[in-house]
Write a protein that binds this ligand. Structure first.
Ligand code: AP5
Ligand code: MG
Length: 215
């Protein structure tokens, strides 16, 4: 299955991508995580992306497309994938079509902006594997340590109020139009992600199972 997760910053794309990856045994690919790793390693791509991420703006479409195309060549993607945070502009969605990067189902996780600010302020991310936690809603078993790999949990540098506001504005102007794009292709399914984490997980897994049955 080829899945796309849409939704604003903090909606729970990363959290639900991990659940779906476990259930369907396909990789969850977060463009944001790949870019942050490239910035840490100071690769040429990381150096291009650094300023955009710091300002809460989108990294150029060509750069992100190349990241995704390279990742999808790997063996683990041959039976399907979950794209978390790509595409994020209409241009990226059209580029995907041109490069025959398939999409079966698009899950849009909707959460009001005021809830997102609280989510992002309490989020912690594993520096090593990118797993996502929340100090209240999804705490790690051992404080500040990743349950999966033991890596250090940190607050993302773009999870500060000023950058969060910019990311939300960018989402509403550049990414939200994708809902219409995929609705017109009858691939869009909407989940309301403002309840408890376990309820959202249940809603996402049910929505994907239902969409899969109709494929
Ligand atoms: P990216 O890393 O994708 O960030 P984002 O889209 O801003 O989304 P987040 O990762 O912040 O949130 P999420 O939806 O994954 O939520 P999470 O599961 O962590 O992108 C970062 C940057 O990279 C972009 O700003 C851009 O510059 C660049 N970039 C990436 N892709 C790009 C692209 N395609 N084109 C151009 N540029 C690109 O959950 C958030 C918190 O809430 C966690 O603490 C979690 O535990 C908690 N939580 C989750 N669900 C619930 C729930 N239901 N109830 C309570 N708590 C919950
Ligand atoms: Mg994420």
């Amino acid at each position: 299955m080829k899945l796309v997760l849409l939704g604003p910053p903090g909606a729970g794309k990363g959290t639900q991508a991990a659940n779906l990856a476990k259930k369907y045994q396909i990789p969850a690919i977060s463009t944001g995580h790949i870019i942050r790793a490239a910035i840490s390693a100071q690769t040429p791509m990381g150096k291009i992306a650094e300023g955009f991420i710091a300002r809460g703006e989108l990294v150029p479409d060509d750069t992100v497309l190349e990241i995704v195309r390279n990742r999808l060549k790997e063996d683990d993607c041959q039976c399907g994938y979950i794209l978390d945070g790509f595409p994020r502009t209409l241009e990226q969605a059209k580029m995907m079509d041109e490069h025959e990067i398939g999409v079966d189902v698009v899950v849009d996780i909707e959460v009001p902006d005021e809830v997102l600010i609280e989510r992002l302020s309490g989020r912690r991310e594993c520096k090593k594997c990118g797993a996502t936690y929340h100090v209240l809603h999804n705490p790690p078993k051992v404080s500040e340590k990743c349950d999966q790999c033991g890596g250090e949990l940190v607050r993302r540098s773009d999870d500060v109020p000023e950058v969060i506001r910019k990311r939300l504005a960018v989402y509403h102007s550049q990414t939200e139009p994708l809902k219409e794009y995929y609705r017109s292709q009858e691939k869009l399914t909407i989940v309301y992600g403002q309840e408890e984490l376990a309820e959202t997980t249940h809603a996402v897994l049910s929505a994907v199972a239902e969409a899969e049955a109709g494929l």
